[in-house]
Design a protein around this ligand. Structure first.
Ligand SMILES: Nc1ncnc2c1ncn2[C@@H]1O[C@H](COP(=O)(O)OP(=O)(O)O)[C@@H](O)[C@H]1O
Ligand SMILES: [Mg+2]
Length: 244
């Protein structure tokens, strides 16, 4: 399905089209509504920052957009496919074909080298090892880790680990990159390096949604969406962006 899907997408079709998404955790007396009718559309070519106070629903929203969490109500289309109507198997295929994720708590395999961390994920996605290895070397070189291919996560700095995580997400050539607080544990200069990588990923056919509360990163954005208490309270298109 995903190959047909990829070719069926018109270039200007939204990468994400979410309509009146609601999320309530728990049931009965414990029910906690955390998203209230959130609608948003993200077109290819956009680097979107999602901001807002802790607890405002950012992680919940991006988890739903990534197909990792099912909303209580509402519909979500990703790359033209209605993910809210998909089976778990279909969702897994769509994620593999179209979506890359990076999370704050970097979930690299601690026993594997930087190179193997990228190669294994590509192989899991069905790439032959002979294709995966050169591709992984290239992308790790592009994130400045050519001389760290044989290092394990414990032998890398926080910024280097996060660069491996970004390289791993980008190696599968997703249409949509989703990052949740990917720079929160990093110093300012390293955060800028990571955002420069993300900026370089966004082309007229791809998009990125990055959760952050770091105002220093605003200059990388095409658009800044602010959340409060489970609602979008501001949605600003930025004219002037970081040259990439
Ligand atoms: N698995 C869960 N079960 C119950 N409540 C949750 C769960 N995950 C998040 N929440 C609650 O949902 C609200 C939004 O959380 P979250 O989406 O993580 O916000 P943010 O990422 O903006 O900090 C918070 O009040 C949080 O406590
Ligand atoms: Mg969060």
């Amino acid at each position: 399905m995903s190959a047909a899907l990829a070719t069926a997408i018109e270039p200007s079709a939204p990468v994400i089209d979410a309509d009146r998404v609601r999320m309530t955790y728990g049931h009965g007396a414990l029910a906690t509504p955390v998203l209230h009718d959130v609608s948003l559309r993200i077109r290819p070519g956009q680097l979107v920052l999602l901001t807002g106070p802790s607890g405002s629903g950012k992680t919940t929203l991006v988890s739903i957009l990534a197909g990792l969490l099912r909303p209580t109500a509402g519909v979500v289309d990703v790359c033209g496919a209605r993910i809210t109507a998909m089976s778990e198997g279909e969702l897994a295929r769509l994620r593999r074909a179209h979506i890359g994720f990076v999370f704050q708590a970097d979930n690299l395999f601690p026993a594997l080298t930087a190179l193997a961390n990228v190669v294994e994920v590509l192989c899991l996605r069905g790439l032959p090892r002979a294709v995966a290895i050169p591709r992984a070397r290239t992308i790790l070189g592009r994130v400045g880790l050519a001389d760290r291919l044989g290092h394990r996560p414990g032998e890398l700095s926080g910024g280097q680990r996060q660069r491996v995580a970004v390289a791993r997400a980008l190696a599968s050539r997703p249409d949509l990159l989703i990052g949740d607080e990917i720079t929160s544990a990093l110093d300012g200069a390293t955060a800028v390096e990571i955002m420069t990588l993300v900026r370089g990923f966004v082309t007229p056919t791809t998009a990125a949604v990055i959760v952050t509360h770091d105002h220093r990163l605003h200059r990388f954005a095409d658009r800044i969406i602010a959340m409060e208490d489970g609602r979008i309270v501001a949605d600003t298109t930025v004219d002037c962006q970081e040259p990439s």
